[in-house]
Design a protein around this ligand. Structure first.
Ligand code: SAH
Length: 394
């Protein structure tokens, strides 16, 4: 297969020599041939030396690197990459184990497949493309999944309606690539839940909070828990298994609340310790009393772009300030930010400001991050996005 060739400007090969997987459009000197968006291209330095192979895209990130060697991006490439990722999930004891069948199989750059996310829920793989190249490769990716996961795989759902670049003008092509059973009960650390991949956010469940939920379970005994921004109730059913006295789940989405109730019922039928409220977080926090001694704040990304960073940091400060003001003495706060553009230090500073405003004595017990099935490619530090603090509030 002949791929179009992209030549970089002098000195622009440096980040590639350090294995960074993106090429910005400004680094390109010339293109030989006329690649279409999503095509595989070969990248060369100004001195004609081969550097890498990647997906071409019209936009700020012009090429996402698939390989640093000169090779065909064909069936064997996809098989190899998916197999490598799957082997790692087995090493992590997330796949082919008794009490868990929910994990992220492909985490973009973290699995050397920029632009691709695949989450596994029991017998279903939910595939999300963030680039046109991955969109165009979806059938090959589906074939690789079938070969590697074998009989355990019954559905492949392609869900890219909100993640593909909008300028690419692609049709909304979400739908099943294989199978078609919309109901599958998944298991995480022995707890069961329904996943709404058809209408839910992201791929249907926030797989990245698995270890943080487990940690919460350890602290839940005899506590009154507020799970703010609960989505489908992940932290809530862990808190219940941990022996919480009561658990209140809050989310502004009525659909999320309905699924939270369904998931709690699935694990703890008829258990009256749980109640869920479809309400705005700030309204609920403002109106509630000092009722809770374990609070989880896991809001959506407040900043999706660098230019709204200041507002986002204010948002985190305000949100955490109410929690510090209202949490009972001896309370524990689990607070998170999933905004990639907010650094660990900036988030900690926002929480520090909130704590100072409340005047309470606050200690950091744990500093949390994303789990190992969301690996960070060491050459792509931008892949680190989830930050959390567990705080003891006297
Ligand atoms: N903690 C969850 C994931 C949270 S995702 C888990 O473990 O699965 C963020 C959630 O915040 C979404 O479900 C979204 O509906 C909710 N949300 C967004 N804005 C909100 C607001 N102003 N008040 C309450 N919930 C909100």
């Amino acid at each position: 297969m002949e791929y179009c060739k992209v030549f970089l400007k002098p000195k622009k090969e440096e980040s590639l020599l350090r294995f960074h997987p993106w090429i910005f459009s400004g680094a390109i000197q010339s293109i030989e041939g006329n690649p279409e968006e999503g095509d595989v291209v070969e990248v060369y330095g100004a001195d004609q030396q081969f550097l890498a192979t990647g997906h071409y895209q019209i936009g700020n990130i012009a090429i996402r690197i698939l390989s640093f060697s000169q090779r065909a991006i064909d069936e064997s490439f996809w098989l190899e990459r998916v197999q490598t990722a799957y082997t790692l999930r087995k090493i992590l004891r997330l796949a082919e184990v008794e009490n868990n069948n929910t994990y992220r199989l492909i985490h973009g750059e973290g699995d050397n497949l920029p632009g691709l996310v695949i989450d596994i829920y029991a017998h279903t793989a939910v595939v999300q493309a963030h680039s046109v190249g991955m969109h165009r490769s979806r059938f090959q990716i589906a074939e690789a999944l079938k070969t590697i996961l074998g009989e355990s795989l019954r559905n492949i759902y392609y869900k890219s309606e909100t993640t593909l670049p909008y300028k690419a003008n692609l049709e909304n092509e979400s739908g099943y690539l294989y199978g078609g059973n919309a109901e599958d009960i998944a298991t995480e650390n022995g707890l069961s839940f329904y996943v709404d991949w058809l209408k839910g956010q992201k791929t249907g469940f926030f797989v990245d909070q698995r270890e943080n939920r487990s940690l919460l379970e350890r602290y839940a005994k005899d506590r009154s828990v507020l799970n703010m921004f609960c989505y489908t109730g992940g932290f809530s059913f862990y808190a219940m298994r941990g022996g919480a006295k009561l658990v209140h789940s809050v989310d502004s989405s009525a659909r999320a609340i309905a699924l939270t109730n369904k998931n709690v019922e699935l694990n703890f039928p008829g258990d009256s310790r749980h109640e869920a409220y479809a309400e705005d977080a700030f309204k609920f926090l403002k109106e509630m009393g000092q009722n809770y001694d374990l609070i989880i704040l896991d809001p959506p990304a407040f900043a999706k772009h660098k230019n709204v960073l200041r507002n986002a940091l204010q948002g985190y400060r305000k949100l955490n300030a109410v929690a510090f003001e209202k949490i009972r003495p001896g309370g524990i706060l689990f607070t998170f930010s999933c905004s990639q553009v907010v650094s660990k230090e900036q988030f900690r500073l926002a929480v520090f400001s909130a704590a100072a405003q409340s005047g309470r004595s606050v200690r950091i017990l744990h500093q949390l991050t994303q789990p190992a099935d969301h690996p960070i490619n060491i050459y792509h530090p931008e892949g680190e996005y989830l930050k959390g603090l567990v705080l003891f509030v006297e």
